[in-house]
Design a protein around this ligand. Structure first.
Ligand SMILES: *Cc1c(COP(=O)(O)O)cnc(C)c1O
Length: 413
């Protein structure tokens, strides 16, 4: 009976959010509920064709001329601008390049150089490991000391640190719990003491409005393969606010970031534009795949995407409360504090996730006990959400997760 009421509710929510139902722009396998778009986004329509064209025509036929004729050279900045539009960064401030890890390294060292005499880098010790590892590694290079403070406590700590703080580097959404941190407040606090901020948008770009310019964010980094759907290992992006570009003295002074790369000068002079964030030759096929993938966002406002995302995650919480009462919800119930995922805690989380995957409900496991379900707004419906919750009820109710095969670990969880 509960299910019938929920099914009716799913139908009415799907009608209400019909205008942002963009499943038709993706190639999803039949019979699959994909709740891992926050780890590897689904394949958008047109990407396979764009990559085939890049390989067979641009590379195969036109060969090296394609650097000019297909503007491979300009792709990093061109695709950067497209991402900029999704995260509220005006053209000329975002570049597609390298990985999130490498881009964060550039920002930390550059920020230290822009704030000489300040010795503290503030970051979240519970952030995605590479963010903490890179913060530590880059801080050593730059002569900073890393202090680990939860984003919840960051504004107060920033005020205490005052002019010792060089950079506050935080994720806008916690990768484990899906908690949406207060980007405007942390940014303001850092600016109040003359420090810089860098936001990691891996779990927000493509899922919600970020408003980098509105909130005066100095720097941001993020990856191309999660909600932006750029494919496995897609290149990442970096945002440098316009007023900082001329002083963005990043440490990886490769020839692609040179003002005149083809002058082949032995002396380095950084490009006057965002292209100074470049390092070496970009992975062109990956950049073009990402560009094609971003067409899934054409004509879509991020406010509507965010509304859909909150409706999906909110409805999932409703379903969980009704069908799996008692399970621990690790994500905030307050819409204003929730990203686009719902994480649940369970002592057998790994096995539960495997049992769900066997039922073609694909989420992932995160240490130590997190069932992490990502709700990529563009290609999920409320009907999918209910189906996932129903499968979860069965997996838990029948203890299906206890089957031995569900405890075997692969290299990637
Ligand atoms: C996914 C993710 C990364 C990934 O970094 P790579 O350099 O692409 O491996 C980094 N930080 C956060 C917060 C992430 O969620």
């Amino acid at each position: 009976m509960v299910d019938a009421a929920l099914a009716a509710r799913a139908r009415s929510l799907d009608e209400e959010h019909h205008d942002t139902d963009l499943r038709g722009r993706f190639r999803l396998p039949a019979g699959t509920t994909y709740l891992d778009g926050n780890s590897l986004g689904a394949l958008p329509v047109g990407v396979a064709e764009a990559v085939a064209d890049a390989v067979t025509r641009q590379w195969g036929n036109d060969l090296i001329a394609s650097w000019n004729t297909a503007d491979w050279w300009g792709a990093s900045a061109r695709v950067g601008d497209r991402i900029g539009a999704l995260v509220g960064s005006a053209p000329g401030q975002v570049l597609v390049a390298d990985s999130t890890s490498v881009n964060l390294f550039k920002v930390v060292v550059a920020a230290a150089r822009m704030r000489p005499g300040r010795d503290i880098l503030l970051t979240d010790g519970d952030s995605f490991p590479t963010d903490v590892h890179i913060a530590e590694g880059a801080a050593r290079v730059a002569g900073l000391v890393v202090e680990r403070v939860s984003p919840a406590d960051a504004p107060a700590r920033i005020a205490e640190l005052g002019d010792r703080l060089a950079l506050a580097a935080y994720s806008s959404v916690d990768y484990r719990t899906g908690e949406l941190w207060d980007l405007p407040a942390i940014t303001r606090a850092a600016h109040d003491v003359g420090a810089l901020v860098c936001w990691d948008l891996c779990h927000s770009a493509g899922a919600m409005e970020v408003g980098l310019d509105d909130h005066d964010a100095d720097f941001a980094v993020g990856c191309g393969y999660k909600y932006l759907n750029g494919g496995p290992g897609a290149p990442a992006f970096i945002h440098v606010a316009a007023q900082h570009i001329s002083s963005f003295d990043q440490p990886l002074t490769g020839w692609n970031g040179h003002a005149e790369p083809f002058a082949m000068s032995p002396d380095y002079a950084p490009a006057p534009t965002i292209e100074r964030a470049r390092v070496g030759t970009p992975p062109v096929l990956g950049v073009l795949a990402l560009e094609a993938a971003l067409k899934a966002f054409d004509g879509v406002g991020m406010a509507g995407v965010r509304r859909r995302s909150l409706a999906l995650t909110g409805f999932f919480l409703e379903c969980v409360d009704a069908l799996v009462p008692g399970i621990v919800v690790a994500s905030p119930r307050d819409d204003a504090r929730r990203g686009s995922q719902v994480s649940l805690r369970h002592p057998h989380a790994y096995a539960v996730v495997q049992a769900l995957i066997a039922r073609r409900v694909i989420g992932d496991f995160r240490e130590p006990d997190i069932i992490r379900l990502g709700f990529a707004p563009l290609y999920l419906t409320h009907a999918d959400v209910l189906r996932a919750a129903e499968h979860l009820r069965e997996v838990l109710g029948t203890r299906e997760f206890a089957r031995p095969e569900f405890s075997v670990r692969g290299a990637v969880t």
